[in-house]
Design a protein around this ligand. Structure first.
Ligand SMILES: Cc1cc2nc3c(=O)[nH]c(=O)nc-3n(C[C@H](O)[C@H](O)[C@H](O)COP(=O)(O)O)c2cc1C
Length: 314
């Protein structure tokens, strides 16, 4: 009998039973999905970004459909860290959910990252921290991941403040050289980089002579961005020695496999959850067969298979 391929994966110090997670901001605080999704099957849940203080977010409309995609400018609407710890974390950490919770945090100033990281140090129920260094929809929120040195410093400060938790740095693709930024995050001591957040875009209502979103510009996600996100993973995988979480337009088992062989050790599925909440658990069920088709015995063997071996035709 052929052995079942091993689904476990590692992101530095973070061990996951399988490589398929759900992305921040697209799965709420998971409660919204209860009854629809078997959480225990998931590699992990990344809840909506939490900031130190509550934020009201951007004026509506905050989302709009585009060709093969979704554009949003939510503006990090959330009730703040203390509210999250008191009202969401106990349930997220409970046996009813039963999968790793990766707390995604964003900050207005560089100092807020270590402050928040220190606050959650030692708290039960948090498997890892993901620093949202990359939200395109809030003033200042993008700056941390546009300069390698700043990115390195912010990651290092969060790691020092909370040395026991694995640390993921979520980066923006809206930069000239993502490889340099990922290198900065790696030097800062992150366990993995999450690639990528949304691509800056705009939708315009020409009849009304104005942008559709209340914020003007927004971030594009969904199937439309998959080749762009895959390119980001590919470039970083070939240049930087840091595990990668691939994000962007992933909706099917083929998408997951493409990201794995491009160099991602895990993936997050985002926009797809809005129209198919069980997409992530569905691809987890399909993963063993796809790995067998690839001719490997484990997820770890699949990671980077294309990125490591492929050379351009001379
Ligand atoms: C409505 C919406 C809200 C989002 N909110 C967050 C957020 O709070 N924090 C974050 O790190 N990413 C956020 N994202 C970005 C996603 O986590 C993901 O990086 C991006 O959508 C690309 O993946 P996808 O194409 O699978 O959606 C949001 C995306 C959408 C569509």
């Amino acid at each position: 009998m052929t052995p079942v391929p091993a689904l476990a994966t590692s992101l530095g110090r973070l061990r996951l039973a399988n490589p398929v997670l759900v992305a921040s901001g697209t799965f709420g605080y998971a409660r919204e999905m209860a009854g629809l999704v078997d959480f225990k099957k998931l590699g992990g849940i990344v809840p909506k970004t939490v900031t130190l203080n509550p934020r009201a977010g951007n004026p509506p409309p905050r989302t709009a459909e585009t060709t093969s995609g979704l554009i949003n400018a939510i503006g990090l609407d959330n009730d703040g860290l203390e509210y999250f710890l008191a009202n969401h974390l106990p349930w997220l950490a409970s046996a009813e959910v039963g999968c790793p919770i990766i707390l995604n945090i964003a900050a207005k100033t560089a100092e807020e990252f270590p402050r928040m990281a220190a606050r959650v140090r030692g708290l039960p129920g948090i498997a890892a921290l993901e620093l949202n260094l990359s939200c395109p929809n809030v003033a200042g929120g993008i700056d941390f991941a546009t300069k390698p040195e700043l990115c390195r410093a912010v990651v290092a400060s969060a790691r020092d403040a909370c040395p026991d938790l694995p640390l993921l740095a979520k980066l923006t693709p809206n930069v000239t050289n993502l490889v340099e930024i990922a290198q900065g995050a790696a030097e800062g001591g992150c366990d993995a980089v999450s690639l990528v957040n949304t691509f800056l875009g705009i939708v315009i209502d020409w009849r009304r002579k104005k942008p559709v979103l209340g914020n003007g510009m927004g971030g594009l996600s969904g199937p439309a961005i998959k080749p762009l996100a895959l390119r980001c993973v590919w470039q970083v995988a070939r240049a930087v020695k840091v595990p990668i979480v691939g994000i962007g337009g992933i909706a099917s088992i083929d998408d997951v496999m493409e990201f794995l062989v491009a160099g991602a050790s895990a993936v997050q599925m985002g926009t797809v959850s809005f129209y198919n909440p069980t997409a992530a658990t569905m691809v987890i069920d399909q993963l063993p067969e796809a790995l067998a088709t690839l001719g490997v015995h484990s997820v770890k063997e699949a990671v980077g298979l294309a990125a490591k071996t492929w050379q351009p035709t001379p």
